[in-house]
Design a protein around this ligand. Structure first.
Ligand code: GDP
Length: 348
């Protein structure tokens, strides 16, 4: 499990907690009907009523507070995505407020249970119980918006794909139709998973490459992310994209230099420049795909551009036909500091 949000519990809404309290309260009353034959028993019932309300409310709030991750301890990749999706400040405020509510409720309970137990008259014990229940329920109510905020938004976090930010990762970038998903499928040693990613309507493909029993690598394609000029993005989309920066990985930028390429080389260079600019600190490997159907003129344009910018030579591959893949992987593994003796395990 890589995503800290994957196994988060379902958060109940405020109304559900209130309903739970009232239902159990009613059951307690029904269960004790006809059994209260002494003052002692009557006082015990008052104690039980207060206990029940305290226990249910704190149990429900505890489920939230203790099961949600401390956002500051979450890996920056997942923290950024949380921020994009539901807001870092709002999340933190909700959790902190609920943790505080727990303390307040415990304090109220402590005070009132003592009063109920020691009140000289049963009438007073009942009044203290009522006050205690009222105060606990009003603390719950004051925190309604935090509970409902988390109840509404935690399911969105759970949909974040389980990408392991610490695992070596190949992030395949390039404009639509250049062959990103074909490459991920080609280099994966197991069937890739399909996962949604926040703020893209398209799913991304997450592949795994097992090099040996100890080392596995992830490969992801980035449809809707690193596939068009970043200046066209709104700030939220941009943040979802920039979260990729936190992955421990290498970006493989794919050009399509085939005769029927969907985009011109100029357009593809433009996107590459954006990525080079925004992901400066990342290793970027440039490859030209569809070399089986290459248009020499287009290839020449790429070579000239790379030469001018001192970017070295692109790696020529065909993701579809499996050409140049071993060389590409060798370079990528090298950048990821992974030593591989032989690469013949990759598919032919
Ligand atoms: P993506 O949008 O970048 O993920 O691109 P896809 O992987 O979906 O590929 C787009 C199209 O290009 C598909 O029809 C692929 O079969 C084709 N394609 C991908 N790689 C190659 C290649 O190396 N050679 C040729 N001829 N076609 C390719």
């Amino acid at each position: 499990m890589a995503s800290p949000y994957e196994k988060l519990p379902r958060i109940p809404r405020y109304q559900e907690i209130v309903l739970k309290v009232t239902t159990r309260y009613r059951k307690l009353l029904e269960g004790s009907r006809g059994k209260i034959r002494s003052r002692k028993k009557a006082r015990e019932l008052e104690i039980k009523k207060l206990q029940l309300v305290h226990d249910i409310v704190t149990e429900e709030i505890r489920k939230i507070v203790f099961n949600l991750p401390f956002v500051d301890r979450v890996h920056p990749f997942y923290r950024d995505l949380l921020d994009v999706l539901i807001g870092y400040d709002k999340y933190k405020q909700a959790v902190v407020r609920l943790a505080r509510a727990l303390k307040i409720i415990d304090k109220i309970y402590g005070e009132h249970i003592a009063l109920v137990k020691t009140a000289p008259r049963l009438r007073d014990a009942r009044r203290f119980r009522k006050e205690g229940v009222g105060r606990i329920m009003s603390v719950l109510k004051r925190n309604r918006r935090y509970i409902d905020f988390l109840a509404n938004n935690i399911p969105r976090l759970k949909r974040i794909p389980s990408i392991d930010p610490k695992k070596p990762t190949i992030i395949v970038a390039g404009m639509p139709q250049v062959g990103k998903s074909t490459l991920v499928k080609r280099i994966s040693t197991a069937k890739p998973e399909i996962a949604p990613y926040p703020f893209t309507t398209k799913n991304l493909i997450l592949g795994h490459i097992t090099i040996n029993p100890i080392i596995t690598i992830q490969a992801i394609d980035t449809p809707g992310l690193l596939d068009r000029p970043l200046e066209e993005r709104n700030p939220i989309e941009l943040q979802a994209i920039m979260a990729l920066k936190h992955l421990n990985g290498v970006i493989v930028y794919l050009f399509d230099a085939s005769k029927n390429s969907y985009y011109t080389i100029e357009e593809q260079i433009h996107v590459l420049e954006d990525i080079l600019d925004r992901f400066k600190e990342k290793n970027i490997v440039i490859a030209v795909n569809k070399i089986d159907e290459v248009d020499e003129n287009k290839l020449k344009k790429i070579m000239e551009y790379m030469n001018k910018k001192n970017l070295g030579k692109p790696i020529l591959i065909s993701a579809l036909k499996g050409l140049g893949i071993d060389e590409l992987l060798r370079i990528v593994f090298n950048k990821l500091n992974i030593e591989v003796k032989e690469l013949s395990k990759t598919k032919p």
